[in-house]
Ligand binder design. Sequence first.
Ligand code: NDP
Length: 285
Amino acid sequence: MTDKSFLSILTGSFSTPCADNPTVAMIEAAYRHHDIDARYINCDVKPDNLADAVRGAKAMEWVGFNCSLPHKVAVIQHLDALSEAARIIGAVNCVTIRDGKLTGDNTDGKGFLASLKDVTDPRGKKILLLGAGGAARAIAVELGLAGTAHITVINRDPAKAETIAALVRDNTRSDATAKPWDGEARVPDDVDIVINATSIGLGDKEAIPPIALDSLKKGHIVADVIPNPPRTHLLREAKARGCTPLDGLGMLVNQGVIGVELWLGKTLDAGVMKRALQDIFGSSD
Ligand code: NDP
């Protein structure tokens, strides 16, 4: 007999389509770096199979999994508990399984916040948030919980922007307002941080959200959620105007770090994970 264990810790992701999701490369690079005997399995799970997939993860004693589109809301009915942020946001992208109990969290906004904190403390800051989809919702709630002073949400569909502003006002101490996004938006003079949380720029390095570029000023922090390509047109313009750019890779990396902390109680090296993504997507530097 040998005392070596041939049983790896199991983690992974449920979504569909999922072939272009790079999280497995990022997390397994860090597992290898830290010599952690764990796997991260990227699983294509169709909506009709979500319940079976969750039951399977529990039966096979996975310690946790991410879930991405289209399961972020549907997974909630299969869970035993939710974190405060996941409850407010109404969506789960990270599930921890402990003693057979499934707890849902949302790391989209937390990952963004961890990345933002590398360049500034969001407390007391004024934010312009572009977009009102799932990513914007998670980011707005976490910014509110982190103590921002005010968030202006702008979106083509203003009803979605108002839903997010109301979530922030009702569940955090931050103030928030919604505005329709018609034509080119101007960044108000008193704003500290501009965040593109739309899908504009994904897979298209020339696409740029319609904002008046002359309203971007030195001193602004300009963040983009787009991980691919990381050096978006918006970030290039922001950098050229003396703003501090923040790319979407940091958000993705920090989500991985936070997820594995929840599952294994271990903090992975963010640098190793970022390099794994840069090998795939290129760098924003
Ligand atoms: P959703 O589909 O939920 O939301 C998309 C948002 O973009 C909506 O507000 C939509 O406006 C807006 N939008 C899309 N096209 C345009 C346009 N041409 N003009 C103005 N607004 C537009 O997507 P998610 O919130 O889930 O994801 C958004 C992006 O965030 C994706 O590209 C995704 O890759 C990225 N992301 C990055 C993560 C990371 O870790 N870096 C994590 C999660 C997401 P409307 O409501 O009016 O249609």
